[in-house]
Design a protein around this ligand. Structure first.
Ligand SMILES: [Zn+2]
Length: 218
């Protein structure tokens, strides 16, 4: 997950409805075009998601702070789960949630709560993300899960390509600069599935020793 800076002022069109053009465009911008749950970027099926379901409080249907940008898959999976979650516009969700992407595609992506961040909401969030990344109950979910997983593994291959250039003593200066540049992009909150790449990077002692400046460039 990634943190989002939400401007205080709601777009004007919100008075007309939560999916007014300017509302959707503003959400797309502040969420970097990413689903706030699975971090899929530039989905063909974006949706405006009510963080606290409208069914629990109809007042929140047009509440700016309650509107989130999500993909259709995650929105439909979350709709059956009204439990309170971590709020990426208000807290450090990246640090709270740990993601583990196994190399074998048939294995489930594991989502857990990081030490020191245990709470009911963190637990609910990890449980929901486990479903978002893995659920394949219906025919559509089987297809979208497989597409999501293929996409993740394509990025993982790129991550491995760049990091092996950086860790290889035979790599040239220009080669390394390019790899640094590419890797730095992958580690930023606006990059697709950034929490996976940032998480693996933070666990890598060798990379952290020599390239930790890539995490937070000026
Ligand atoms: Zn999603």
């Amino acid at each position: 997950m990634f943190s989002v800076d939400r401007p205080e002022e709601a777009p004007e069109g919100l008075s007309k409805g939560h999916d007014s053009k300017d509302v959707v465009e503003k959400l797309e911008e502040i969420f970097h075009g990413k689903c706030y749950l699975c971090e899929f970027k530039d989905t063909l099926q974006p949706e405006v998601e009510h963080f606290i379901p409208q069914s629990l409080d109809s007042e929140l249907a047009k509440d700016w702070d309650n509107l989130f940008y999500s993909c259709r898959r995650c929105n439909s999976i979350k709709s059956s789960k009204p439990e309170p979650l971590l709020d990426c516009t208000k807290e450090d969700v990246f640090s709270a949630i740990l993601l583990d992407l196994p190399l074998r595609k048939t294995r489930l992506i594991e989502v857990s709560v990081n030490e020191g961040y245990e709470s009911e909401r963190a637990k609910n969030t990890a449980a929901l993300l486990t479903l978002c990344y893995n659920r394949e109950e219906s025919g559509y979910q089987k297809i979208t899960r497989s597409l999501l997983r293929d996409m993740l593994h394509r990025y993982l291959d790129k991550y491995s390509e760049y990091t092996s250039v950086l860790l290889d003593s035979e790599s040239g200066k220009r080669e390394k600069l390019r790899a640094e540049d590419k890797l730095e992009r992958m580690l930023q909150p606006d990059f697709a599935f950034h929490a996976f790449w940032r998480g693996i990077f933070l666990d890598d002692e060798k990379l952290m020793k020599n390239y930790n400046h890539l995490l937070d460039p000026e």
